[in-house]
Design a protein around this ligand. Structure first.
Ligand SMILES: C[S@@+](CC[C@H](N)C(=O)[O-])C[C@H]1O[C@@H](n2cnc3c(N)ncnc32)[C@H](O)[C@@H]1O
Length: 190
């Protein structure tokens, strides 16, 4: 058995829900690792909408997609995910992914913020299709990350018509990162 980093674990979980032809959203594109994974998962007929507030992140993601020959499956937007509703139609997304925190290798001051993360999550509830999943990787070990993580848990716990799971990776970083998976119930599911 090998140990998974949060991103690997996230991808293992997302593989269970994403099918070929799906529309999915990366709400924090960063260096493009998640976007490339999502573009592979949706296949030729699928679509990824990838968002990041930083030009550097959008460029890094564009480059990674180019190297993987996956550019044609992805729409890239340099905007805040607080405005996610302007880029995704209601009820169409199979997965909306947030990998919170800062861009690795970049300015650590430019981190996701509780207020905008919550705005984006609230909008995302309506953008998901039934049976779709809201996936959030939280990093409570950096300044402000603990408060953001607590607010995300509180918000997702309060959602009706969703089932919530938490996957925690016990790491040398304390407190450990964790993944929240919120499934939008389909008609008739418990
Ligand atoms: C941990 S990184 C994402 C890692 C990325 N998913 C990957 O695979 O490389 C977090 C990203 O969130 C972005 N971010 C911060 N605030 C944002 C906002 N309001 N809207 C969109 N992206 C934001 C940062 O610019 C940073 O690139």
């Amino acid at each position: 058995m090998f140990l998974l980093c949060p991103t690997d674990m996230l991808h293992v979980l997302l593989r269970q829900v994403i099918c070929s032809g799906d529309c999915v959203v990366d709400a924090t594109a960063g260096n493009g690792h998640d976007t490339v994974f999502l573009a592979e998962a949706v296949g030729d007929g699928g679509k990824v909408i990838a968002i990041d507030i930083q030009a550097e992140a959008i460029e890094a993601t564009r480059q990674r997609l180019k190297e993987s020959l996956l550019e044609n499956r992805v729409e890239l937007y340099q905007v805040s995910h607080a405005d996610i509703g302007q880029y995704v139609a209601e009820g169409v997304a199979t997965a909306i992914v947030f990998n919170l925190g800062y861009l690795p290798g970049s300015d650590r001051e430019l981190v996701t913020q509780s207020e905008t993360t919550l705005m984006a999550l609230k909008a995302s509830v309506f953008l998901l299709k039934k049976g779709g999943v809201l996936a959030v990787v939280c990093y409570p070990d950096h300044p402000g990350g603990d408060d953001e993580a607590a607010q995300v848990v509180c918000f997702l716990r309060g959602l009706e018509n969703f089932r919530l799971a938490k996957y925690e990776l016990l790491s040398t970083h304390r407190p450990s990162p964790f993944i929240l998976f919120a499934w939008k119930k389909s008609n008739g599911s418990k």
